[in-house]
Design a protein around this ligand. Sequence first.
Ligand code: ATP
Ligand code: MG
Length: 434
Amino acid sequence: MINKPKGTMDKLPKEVAKWRYVEEKFRDVCQRFGFNEIRTPLFEYTKLFKRGVGETTDIVQKEMFTVISDANLKKYNAGHFDLDKKGFTLKPEGTAPVVRSFVENKLYADSQPTKLFYITPCYRNENPQAGRLREFHQFGIETFSSISAMTDAEIIAVAMQFFKELGLKDLKLKINSVGCKECRPVYNQKLKEYIEPKLDHFCDTCQGRYDTNPLRILDCKIDSCQEELITVPIITDNLCDNCQTHFNELKKSLEAFSIEYEIDHKIVRGLDYYTKTAFEIISENIGSQSTVCGGGRYDGLVQEVGGPEIPGVGFGMGIERLIMTLEGENVPFPEDNTLDVFIITLGEESKYEGLKIANELRKNGISSDFDHIDRSLKAQMRYADKMNVKFTIILGENEIKNSSVNIKNMITGVQTEANINDISKRITELLGGK
Ligand code: ATP
Ligand code: MG
C-alpha cells in the first residue's frame, strides 16, 4: 500500500462536485468583470520565483519544491548542473508565472489594460495542517497597465462579488497601503528605529527579518511580538503624497462599489513586490488559517522579471480555504448530479437490449446506466434507489416481446408506459424537455 504524500488531498467525486461548482462560479464572475483566463506551466525556472516572489520571503527561503530530471540529477551530483540557472520549481503561487507570460508574450502590446484570471495548483513545502497543504489550489486575477486605485478596488470587488454569489457572509476585508519605493524605505527606517532598542524581545524570525524585510515584523503571529508593536509608527501616516492620494482613492472606490472595509496597518503581505494597496479577506470561521484571499498592487514586478515599467494589481485565493469557509458557514452546494435513468434488466437477452437502450439515451443527452455485475432484480432496484436515479425502466422478456416498457419516476412513483423505440423521446419529455 502506497499512501498519498503528506500535505496533499484526494478529491473524491462528492468533493469534486463542490470544486466544479466554485470553479464555474469563479469563471462566471471573472468573465462578467471582463477578465480572460490564462493557463501557464506547472513549473517555471527557479530564478523566476527568486526574482518575482523575492529572496527574503518564506516561499523562496524555505517552501519551494525545486525539481530536477534524473539525467540532470546525475550531472548535478557530478557538479555539472547549475540549479540556480537551469533549475525548475513547481509554482508556489500564480502571480509570477502570469507576469512572466505577460512579458514573454508581449501582451502589453495589445489594447490595455490586460485583465487575466487563473485557476491553478500551487506547491509549497510547509508543515501540513488544516488549511495549510503542500499541494493546494488558487483562484487568482491580475490587471496590468492601470495605476488607478479604481482598478485595485475592482480586483477586490471581483472577490467580494464571488463570495456574495456563493452565499458567504462572515468575511472581513482588511486593507492597507505599504507605500512605494520612495516612501517605504523612509518608513522602514522609522520602523527599525522603533524596534532596535527592544529587538531582543522579538522572536528569532522577527530578529532575522529586522535587516532583510522589517515590514514583515508587523504581521508576526506571536503575541509577545505584537505586544512590543503596540505603539509602532503607522505606515499610512508615513506615505508620500502620491501613495496617500492613491489610498484615499482606493477607499472612495470601494465605497462606490458598496464594499465595506477595515483598515489594518499590520497587513503587509509576504511578497516583496507589493506596492501601495495590500489587502486580505479573512474568514471568521475556519480557525487559524483564516486568510482566504490576499492581494495587492505590484508596480515593480513586471520590470523585475525583465519587462517594461508596467504596473499590476491582483489577488490569490486559496480554494481549499474557500471550500472550508463554505462548509463552515453551512452554505449549500448544488445537488450532486444523479443518473437520469437506470435500466433494470431480467435475463440474458434483455441485458443486450438494456445496453442498446442506455446507449441510445446517452446519445440523446440523457445520462443512463445498466446493471454491470449480474445482480438480482431486487438488488438492482435497491441499487437504483441508493444512487438516487430519477427514472428506472424494468426490461424483461415480456417488455421486449411487446416492445413496451414502464418508465418509473423514482420520486413520485408515477409510471408511464412507452414504446421501446420512443424511450428517448418520452424521457426527454419527462425531464422537462432538456
Ligand atoms: P499565509 O499567511 O496563510 O501563509 P500567504 O501569505 O503565504 O498565506 P499567499 O501567498 O498570499 O498566502 O497566497 C494566497 C492564498 O493562498 C492565501 O490567502 C491562502 O488562502 C492560500 N494559501 C497559501 N498557502 C497555502 C497552503 N499552504 N495551503 C492552502 N492554502 C494556502
Ligand atoms: Mg504562507
